[in-house]
Design a protein around this ligand. Sequence first.
Ligand SMILES: NC(=O)c1ccc[n+]([C@@H]2O[C@H](COP(=O)([O-])OP(=O)(O)OC[C@H]3O[C@@H](n4cnc5c(N)ncnc54)[C@H](OP(=O)(O)O)[C@@H]3O)[C@@H](O)[C@H]2O)c1
Length: 255
Amino acid sequence: MEFVNKTVLITGGATGIGFGFAQNLAKMGNRVIITGRRIDMLKAAQDKIPDLIFFACDVSDPEEIDELFAQLKKAGINLDVIFNNAGVLELWDIRTQPIASTDIFTKINTNLAGPIALTQHFIRQADQKRENYIINISTEAAIMPIPIMPLYSSSKSGLNAFTKSLRIQLMDTRFHVIEVVPPATESKMTTVDMKNTTKLANPVVFTLEVIKKIESGKQYYAPSTNAKLLTFIRRAFPEYGLKLIDKLSRKQVLN
Ligand SMILES: NC(=O)c1ccc[n+]([C@@H]2O[C@H](COP(=O)([O-])OP(=O)(O)OC[C@H]3O[C@@H](n4cnc5c(N)ncnc54)[C@H](OP(=O)(O)O)[C@@H]3O)[C@@H](O)[C@H]2O)c1
């Protein structure tokens, strides 16, 4: 398939990796719709790419998801591609940092229940005679959990299981189910939330690479050395590996 003349929805499309996809796909001649919670960020993205269409939608809120698809229908917009990209990460030590139960639900909903609900809407509105793409943005924390990010790790692992289940359910259809595991890429999530000071991938460059891989038929794309290493550690020495990951990640994000 070629990413041209498609109608694409990107959640969290105003910033970081999502905006990287938006820029590339708009340039390639697709109709690109972005969503997010912050209208100022959505408008700023549209200022840079006037062809972008945006809708405010909090993907942790089931009513806002239903409303988004009602608005798309009203506007006569039929999607061919959805990027479940919006995501949130936390640093949470359960012994010392109590957080509100609502925060726990919001984060898990953003990374897991929201993408599942969006995907169901997407499938129901799709033209089943056309090729349709569901692209879930995963993380290395879904390969091996990062213990200091327990909600992020568990919700993204859930997304990984949902993606695999969906791929089997939709096997004999024109729905393609893709999972992407980005390397450390420049965004608020890495530079602010994770305080990552190492060399980061450029979101525009990385997302173009992903688009090319999907065009060539790839269903799972996890190009980083870390992803390969974690896959090996998970098989070879899972328990020791988890302790090592905990030690290294605490050192990186808590210093
Ligand atoms: N950057 C990396 O190195 C990296 C590595 C692995 C995986 N990822 C994954 O890549 C995806 C994009 O992250 P990023 O790195 O580009 O970070 P980012 O710039 O912080 O982007 C996150 C986006 O999600 C949106 N979002 C967050 N909560 C939302 C909610 N409840 N409803 C709707 N939108 C929401 C944010 O917009 P609003 O705040 O305006 O809603 C923002 O546009 C995430 O799923 C992340 O887990 C990133």
